[in-house]
Design a protein around this ligand. Structure first.
Ligand code: THU
Length: 158
C-alpha cells in the first residue's frame, strides 16, 4: 500500500510582504549573520528566535579548522535560547543566509542535525513554533512546526 506524507507551508515572493513582526525577525537574522565566523565556507548564516515574551535571541554559524567542531546558526540560536531563557516558549525561528554556496533563488534549507534539534526543542516546549526560511533573493516560506521539516523523525513515537 502506497502512503503519502504531505507538508504544507506558506510562500511569499519577498519577505517584505510579511507582517511587521516577522520582517523584524528577518532583519535581525540578516544582522546577526554578519557576525558569522565562516572563513572556510564563506557562507554567512543568521538565525533569530522570537520568544513569547517578545524578546529575540540570535545566532550565526561559527566554524572551526577542525570542521565538525563548528556549529550552524540555527543551533547557536536555539542552544543560546535554551541556556539563557529556559522557561520561555519559542514562537518563531527565522533563518537567512548570504554567500555563494547557494544559488540566490534557493531557499536556505536547514541541515539534518539542525532539524533534529529544532524538533526536540519543539517537543520539549510542548508547543509547535513557526519556521521562516528565506532565499537570498527574498523568497520566503513559512512552516508551522518543526515536525514538517523532519517527517518520520527519530524520537517521535507517533
Ligand atoms: N550552515 C548553517 O549555519 N545553517 C544552515 O542551515 C546550513 C549551513 C552553515 C554551516 C557552515 O558553517 C556553513 O553554513 C556551510 O555549510
Amino acid at each position: 500500500m502506497k502512503q503519502e506524507i504531505t507538508v504544507s507551508f506558506d510562500r511569499f515572493d519577498h519577505w517584505n510582504e510579511l507582517v511587521q513582526s516577522d520582517q523584524e525577525l528577518v532583519e535581525r537574522a540578516y544582522k546577526v549573520g554578519k557576525t558569522a565566523y565562516a572563513p572556510y565556507s564563506k557562507f554567512h548564516v543568521g538565525a533569530s528566535v522570537l520568544l513569547s515574551n517578545g524578546q529575540i535571541v540570535t545566532g550565526s554559524n561559527q566554524e572551526n579548522i577542525a570542521y565538525p567542531s563548528g556549529l550552524c546558526a540555527e543551533r547557536v540560536a536555539l542552544f543560546c535560547t535554551g541556556a539563557n531563557f529556559p522557561g520561555e516558549q519559542i514562537e518563531t525561528l527565522c533563518v537567512v543566509a548570504e554567500g555563494d554556496l547557494l544559488p540566490i533563488d534557493k531557499i536556505l534549507s536547514p541541515c539534518g542535525a539542525c532539524r533534529q534539534v529544532m524538533l526536540e526543542t519543539e517537543v520539549r516546549q510542548k508547543k509547535s513554533y513557526r519556521i521562516i526560511l528565506v532565499s537570498q533573493n527574498g523568497v520566503t516560506i513559512i512552516f508551522n512546526s518543526a515536525v514538517d521539516l523532519l517527517p518520520l523523525a527519530f524520537g517521535l513515537t507517533d
